[in-house]
Ligand binder design. Sequence first.
Ligand code: NOJ
Length: 752
Amino acid sequence: MKKKIAYWMIALGVLFSACDETQKQDAGVDRETEKKIEALIKKMTIEEKLGQMNQISAWSNIEEMSGMIKEGQVGSILNEVEPKRINALQKVAVEESRLGIPILIARDVIHGYRTIFPIPLGQGATFNPALAKAGARVAAIEATSHGIRWTFAPMIDVARDPRWGRIAEGYGEDPYLTSVMGVATIEGFQTDSLGNPTALAACPKHFVGYGAAEGGRDYNSTGLSERTLRNIYFPPFEAAVKAGAATIMTSFNDNDGIPSTGNSFILRDVLRREWGFDGIVVSDWASVTEMINHGFAADAAEAAMKAISAGVDMEMVSASFITNGPQLAKEYKVKEHDINNAVRCILRIKFRLGLFDNPYVNEMQPDVLYAPSHLAEAKEAATQSVILLKNDNNTLPVKKDVKTILVTGPMADAPFDQLGTWVFDGDKNHSITPLQALRQMLGSDVQVIHEPALTYSRELNTPGIAKAVAAAQRADVILAFVGEEAILSGEAHCLANLNLQGDQSQLIKALAKTGKPVVTTVMAGRPLCIGEEVEVSSAVLYAFHPGTMGGPALADLIMGVANPSGKTPVTFPKVVGQVPIFYAHHSTGRPFNGTETLIHDIPAEAGQTSLGCTCYYLDAGFHPLFPFGYGLSYTTFEYGAVQLSATQVKKDDTMTIEFDLTNTGSVVGTEVVQLYVQDIVGSVTRPVKELKRFERITLQPGEKQRVKFTLPIEELAFWNIDMKKVVEPGDFKLWVAKDSQSGEAVNFKVVE
Ligand code: NOJ
């Protein structure tokens, strides 16, 4: 009897958990499609189901791949970009495999397919979701024209450590900015309907916490508490799910001892049950079997068991599901129910993409790669991504009457490196470099001398510096393009030293000694520690890696055809030892109070004193080199007094925040106005500031505009001491400012 009750309890438990998952997933589901999915699942053998859960990376031998497809062993292929081959493989899937299920073709299309946009961190600097969306649309149109229907982007890992090479691939340190830019990118890839033949299924990644890799070393462990996950690292993913992201990728890291690929809390409890995600969860590249290296699984069979049970639907390349799945199912080590759910999600996305109706790519369609409109979008994105960090004596824009310009530095004419990381398909021959663009723009009116000084960013002991210094004597202004080659950021390319590489710093300092104005432009995959170079330069532009059209964008900015409007999407440290450094830190018990005793202020044989007893470094102080949200313009903006709709609000109220913004300079310009809030006292300590809204406002000289933000008070909710997401009543501060360190606070109160 006892046994029977136990049996029924287990059976009911399984039923309830299944319903629980599907009920949530049912929202917005097309019943006809679901029926077709169920009918297919009924026909499938366990091997065919595991075949759908298998993603292979394309290899050259098409016969071998076709053989696997025919047997129903492949659900998806990544890295196949030849339309003819894609169609041939689809033909085998649709016409020769038993059930005719089409293949899902995937590729990392991260910041453009052929037309390359600024790296995502540069896109973050635009604070312009409309641009991100337009860029993703261009990428999708180009990629789908080659038969790709799934991209592994956007990367929405909050990243607060520039040593981590992958900081280049996301939108920086802030969860709100990352959410807004991530959602816009997803909308651009997917459009309103995945069935649109130019829609790419998006794959927000890497779920979760990957950007917090200890020490900024890629793949490293993380130790994020559930509250930190929920308050900082989950929000971009939750926003992505709400925006309809078709798929999600698990991350490589183990958090608090559990690799994401085997973590049912994040995949089932949060992603499926709390957020109602009904798309595909794909592992990262071999992250299933890498659980053996983590010491989380003894062998591939155990790794497969843990990943399937945790909620991974598709395994990228390591093939442990297809190899071990049948036996695991036979021994009841994995539930067929879990396998069915995984297959359901995979088929659902294939149906939504319209692959069952038309799996083929039109090989005859007109060429859309590098279309003029695509290049124009890429140029606009690059223009808006550039941050003006310094502009002494209005060195920029370069005056119209200059006669001779020296263009120097390893990034001045680096068509490959200006594209940045994660560019598999972009062609450097289509890049326009700053040197080319300046020459084209200035024609014979201005003499452009090119003396590269260094041939690549890491070059040492170069005699080129002397040549550049000699050439500088003949120039009215020096344009030095320095930074990092593309290979120095991105996956696995982490750095312990964030200074300019090679002899680049020597180059800038030697040029500055000539007394001529030096305009330094940095192209890099991360914020670099450039304090000394900023100090000696008259003006500094930070361009991240600006992509195919980086040159024309920079030429416009340098010559004043365009006005810089980018803002730092991440805090720039003075020295690497300050890392991690980000604006939204919590307040300590001894917060920085504005007084710094620095290392050279300390007398010899000073007795043990507390030196102010606040939270800063003796040798680097408290402040970063540049704070989050920082960026100058060729014009100036004045912020008027902030007016709140009420200074006492209820939790379900919506507050409006208004102020006047005036362009007080003499040229048209765009300001990114930013709204920050601090919840002063909480049941757990809260960040000193959090970005809640931002907007780009373009004003003519002298123009004034009333700017209005709307903020539902429920957006002040956070995961509190009881691990509940609530707005806690109390006092708040609010700033409207040009960056995270400016502005006068106004106060308001939230009441029950
Ligand atoms: C590994 C990377 O972590 C991931 O971001 C990428 O999408 C996959 N490889 C596929 O290339």
